[in-house]
Design a protein around this ligand. Sequence first.
Ligand SMILES: Nc1ncnc2c1ncn2[C@@H]1O[C@H](COP(=O)(O)OP(=O)(O)OP(=O)(O)O)[C@@H](O)[C@H]1O
Length: 325
Amino acid sequence: MDNIITVEHLVKRYNDFPAVDDISFSVKNGEIFGFLGPNGAGKSTTIKILCTLLSITSGRAVLNGFDVEKDPLKVRQSIGLVFQDFSLDDRLTAMENLYFHGMLYNVPRRVLQERMDSVLEMVQLTDRKNDLVKKYSGGMKRRLEIARGLLHYPKVLFLDEPTIGLDPQTRTAIWEHILHLRDSLGLCIFLTTHYMDEAENCDRIAVIDHGKIIALDTPANLKTSTVGGDRITLTADDNGFMAEELKNRFGLEAVLQDDRLSFQVDQGDSFIPRLVAAYPERVKAISLHEPTLDDVFLALTGRGIRDEFLSDGDRFRQRRLRRRR
Ligand SMILES: Nc1ncnc2c1ncn2[C@@H]1O[C@H](COP(=O)(O)OP(=O)(O)OP(=O)(O)O)[C@@H](O)[C@H]1O
């Protein structure tokens, strides 16, 4: 089977509000699929539907050949879940946590011990397997949760913000494990993340906004098709004024992100000297960079993925700029 997940015209309404608004996509066997979107875009709603935790308003979702509404038990046996909140019992050891999960998922007793050993080995926790989980670091707990999610040999592992709240070193280590799982087990990994550097590791990415999928491609293709040229980031003494000037004089659409303007231009290295010469007193800082997934996100949604951290003033200015366009 080529596609492990198929979603067709999926709609989920809360009362009249369409949290998921007619989305269709498929996920291939053995790929890392990133599901990205700003807050409230509809990511959790979609994931909950795929995990059989939420009913569908209309449309269809099939996972591992099983319809999520008609065959929820078969779907549950096909998936592993690692959600944002830690869900281990920290008064138990790693082995005891795994054992209870194995019982819950009806993993046959004769293979359970061997599986527990094998998943602990995968996340390199073998030598700590008899320690109480409360003695674990945040990264170790997350690794144990991943191991637990694999115990019943799922076809798809759902990871909702797998590295949130972890330090950069631990994030890197968790990603090594995720990539290893894909490469060694051919597992499909369906994940959400707010970290764009991590999203680079995905084989394909779907961007969802206001309940609709607005882009779906490989990270490289998204950059070329969405952003294209170089991106310039600029801080002026008056960002609103400069955005207007960029539009009127150069035909460029700038977006305000944090306290900087960001816009795309074909040949940034020749444009910068022209701009600085035209506004010598006004440009406070300027930089040029090749497209990143942050730029893709910004170009597609008009918002940075970390929009929620903008100050109220910035948010107001950004809305004003968007209205003007
Ligand atoms: N139980 C509910 N009742 C009513 N509205 C809801 C409910 N759950 C979610 N929503 C709304 O549906 C929309 C999509 O929510 P969802 O949680 O799927 O977004 P999300 O992309 O996962 O956001 P986040 O990144 O903040 O987790 C939001 O506008 C949210 O307020």
